[in-house]
Design a protein around this ligand. Sequence first.
Ligand code: GLC
Length: 540
Amino acid sequence: MNRHHWWRDAVIYQVYVRSFLDSTGDGIGDLAGVRAGLPYLKKLGVDGIWLSPFYPSPQHDHGYDVADYCDVDPVFGDLTEFDLLVGAARRLGIKVLLDIVPNHCSSEHPWFREALAAPPGSPERARFHFADGRGADGAEPPNNWHAMFGGPAWTRVTEPDGRPGQWYLHMFTPEQPDWNWREPQVAAEFDRILRFWLDRGVDGFRIDVAAGLFKHPELPDSPDPQADARTRDSVNPLAWNQPEVHDVWRHWRAVCEEYTARDGRERLLVGEVSVPTAREHARYVRPDELHQAFFFDLLGAPWDADAFRKVISEAMQDIAGTGSTVTWVLNNHDQVRTVTRYGEPTPQGSGLGTARARAAALLMLALPGAAYIYQGEELGLPEVVDLPDDVLTDPIFRRTGSRERIRDGCRVPLPWSGQTSPFGFTSGAEGAKPWLPQPEWFAEHATDRALADTRSFWHLYRDGLQLRAALPQLGEGSLRPLDTQPGVLAFVRGDDLVCAVNFGTAPVPAPVPGTPLLASGPCPPGVLPGSTAAWWIDGS
Ligand code: GLC
């Protein structure tokens, strides 16, 4: 066991800052709100928080379009508030991870503005991917790549002299130009940015699009140009997962180690790595690269015992020999929430979706490695599936001609208390509107209700986290699959902790006699009801 490496089996809570808690009354969550919520998170029992981007940004992709990497957007607070938040978290023993976005910046970043004002071939343009177009007068994009969020990956600029000119590359929206990591100034600038935040006391970084950064040096045409936009995964082998990116992670790891050597506090790098194979994924977490990379297959698995079994066994195989641990995820700010994903898409989430999401939570907390919880997951929040078109802000909606409503429904501001919106989310004057409307049924999921009801989702998470912290069998360690009947997934942690999940709807005999330590729903001795997970100590 490597108990002293806190990150290896940490439970990290993802704070989507604009939707967590608003301290100023403008309807948008902020850093002071996060600080006010820390005692709540302490009570829940998480080891750390990951803050979604709060940097100055025009917010075309909610902060994943960064205009200044070393400051706080006034909407979210300022550096003084940031320091207060880090100090308060440290006092509570909660680690703080920042979301760093190295693949692209905002089109309002000063360096991109300089590039637009500078001529083709200038050093200012070399920091990005500017290229001449093809066809008559360069009117066609330099290659056929598509952006992840729809449309071509190139936008043409108007040159300083007023003529139509070169094109620049953006794998996401046109407001997110991709950095050119072959230009040494870019690497040096990110070195400075890392150190700026490490000097302010952060415990590490979640790295956005960590298989990005480098493109094929010749920017050739892709054999399947639509692939990225179609799958929303980085599958264009010329635009992603280039071998040079590993050198960057080796360097960033060395920077982290340098800070650790100074004060003994381990810093964590966890990457958002979407690559085609488990083998490729494992390359990102070699001992001198990222500490961890999100394992998204659990999030993508349908509610089916065999599907989950396959995902778990592949993850364990994938991680063996890397020195890392699996980083499990069921929800995040880009995906439909589990309660809705596993149930019929009814507005409030069906009873079935909720039961399954509770079981999945207990399963995830029993798996070896680290776990990430997305805010609201601990409240069993369903997706808000019926937001009106005119409030949607996800650029995917805009870029797909209003066809795909993917990411707003999981980003609705949290309900904290009371019967009507804003449910304590905003402390502003009465009538202050959260930036996305909260449905009336959010009242059922408010934190005050959840805390008062021992049968709530919140208590399940809290109890699971408490046991995880107390029992040596949980957290990092081995997993031994148990043979059970079809539709049931069961395994042993350590010598005697059994976790079983019944994916079916009918009850089955429990794999262990007696009362479970913890169950996701009513679970009489000897029986594992449908859509239920439980943990037992096997005394036999
Ligand atoms: C990541 C983020 C997503 C963002 C994208 C572009 O996938 O999770 O929210 O839109 O990167 O930065």
